[in-house]
Write a protein that binds this ligand. Structure first.
Ligand code: NAD
Ligand code: WQD
Length: 329
């Protein structure tokens, strides 16, 4: 297939481009590089040995997006482009609603105009709010704890309405859990701007000595060791989930969790990181972070039974690959 990947220079998008190309697809990337670097496109080409067509374009700019669609004959779109920092979304909610909602609406409108009938959307486990884990696709969604999460829930609703109104269209909402890890080459990985918000890049930067110590946000949660539990998934497993999802699209709306179904606590992740990589990660326990929930992990059964996809890589693989990437920076 000829696939448009918006946000393809970013963390999950770049790994997905590699998997798509290695599965025989042709990839065109549209990204405004607001949270990524153009060199990542060169790295995708280096890993795969294939050319990637790249456009430095903002997906909220409808005439520019239209211009690209008029030059290509896309079979499907995977829409990753969006802002994703939870904390920033609280201080700049309008930027998040503007970018994430408008970008999705524009890409949808242009895809309708050009008859591109397959649309895969990057959603998030955050749309489940503080439901009890494991999260199942059929659960009633609860309000997200921040504007970023609300943009994901709103985009889901926009896409549901668009697919209802346009027969013959296929929309797949993929709800990711916590992607970590990097491509085994160590060439591409997560490149956070400034001080990381997320746990894994914080751990690797502490291990490297860029940051002094990890702050573990609370050890009084009702979990086995009191620290927060999440469903960490290797970014290459996630990437392969996209390949399968786009190849197996059906008419109408599909929703899949992409997680492993297993929970890991902050302390467990730190301990495995130290053991596998033979390096210490100094930490201290601090207060809980506002908006965090105790546990978040997937019921991953639907993607396995309907798509035949299952995450394969272990926490040991994830911490090894994250650390390899950090060391190469
Ligand atoms: P990322 O920031 O690394 O990648 C997003 C890419 O989109 C970046 O390259 C950025 O430059 C680009 N972008 C943003 N706004 C744009 C615009 N208006 N026009 C063109 N390009 C634009 O983030 P990621 O971790 O790869 O996440 C990809 C998608 O998955 C996002 O939509 C994110 O919300 C979603 N998601 C991420 C996670 C996670 O933990 N990383 C979890 C669930 C969902
Ligand atoms: C993981 C665990 C923290 C940092 C976020 C978004 C979610 C999704 C994925 C996009 C939690 C603890 C963290 C630190 C810590 N993104 N922690 N010290 O919050 O589960 O999910 O990213 O859709 O929407 O909310 O991920 O990596 O920030 O935190 O103790 O310095 O690590 O409390 O238990 P989170 P995270």
């Amino acid at each position: 297939m000829n696939i448009l990947v918006t946000g393809g220079a970013g963390y999950i998008g770049s790994h997905t481009c590699v998997s798509l190309i290695e599965s025989g697809h042709t990839v065109t990337v549209m990204d405004n590089l607001c949270n990524s670097k153009v060199e990542t496109i060169d790295k995708i080409e280096l890993i795969t040995g294939k050319k990637v067509t790249f456009y430095n374009i903002d997906v909220t700019n409808e005439s520019e997006v239209d211009r690209i669609f008029s030059k290509h004959d896309f079979d499907a779109i995977i829409h990753f482009a969006g802002l994703k920092s939870v904390g920033e979304s609280v201080s700049k909610p309008l930027d998040y609603y503007y970018n994430n909602l408008l970008g999705t609406i524009v890409v949808c409108r242009v895809s309708l105009k050009y008859g591109v009938k397959r649309f895969v959307f990057s959603s998030s486990a955050t749309v489940y709010g503080d439901n009890e884990s494991p999260f199942v696709e059929t659960m009633k969604l609860l309000p997200a704890a921040n504007p970023y999460g609300e943009t994901k829930a709103m985009c889901e609703r926009i896409l549901m309405d668009m697919v209802k109104a346009n027969s013959g269209y296929s929309v797949t909402l993929l709800r990711y859990f916590n992607p970590i890890g990097a491509h085994e080459s160590g060439l591409i990985g997560e490149l956070p701007n400034g001080i990381p918000n997320n746990l894994m890049p914080y751990i690797t930067q502490v291990a490297k000595g860029k940051l002094e110590k990890l702050k573990i946000f609370g050890n009084d949660y009702p979990t086995a060791d009191g620290t927060g539990v999440r469903d960490y998934i290797h970014v290459m497993d996630l990437a392969e989930g996209h390949v399968v999802a786009v190849e197996k699209m059906k008419d109408g709306l599909q929703i899949y969790n992409l997680g492993t179904g297993k929970g890991t606590s902050v302390l467990q992740l730190v301990n495995v990181f130290e053991e596998v990589n033979g390096i210490r990660v100094p930490y201290e326990i601090t207060d809980r972070r506002p908006g965090d929930i105790a546990e978040c992990y997937a019921d991953a059964g639907k993607a396995e039974s309907e798509l035949g996809w299952k995450a394969r890589q272990t926490i040991r693989d994830m911490v090894r690959d994250s650390w390899r990437f950090e060391q190469n920076l």
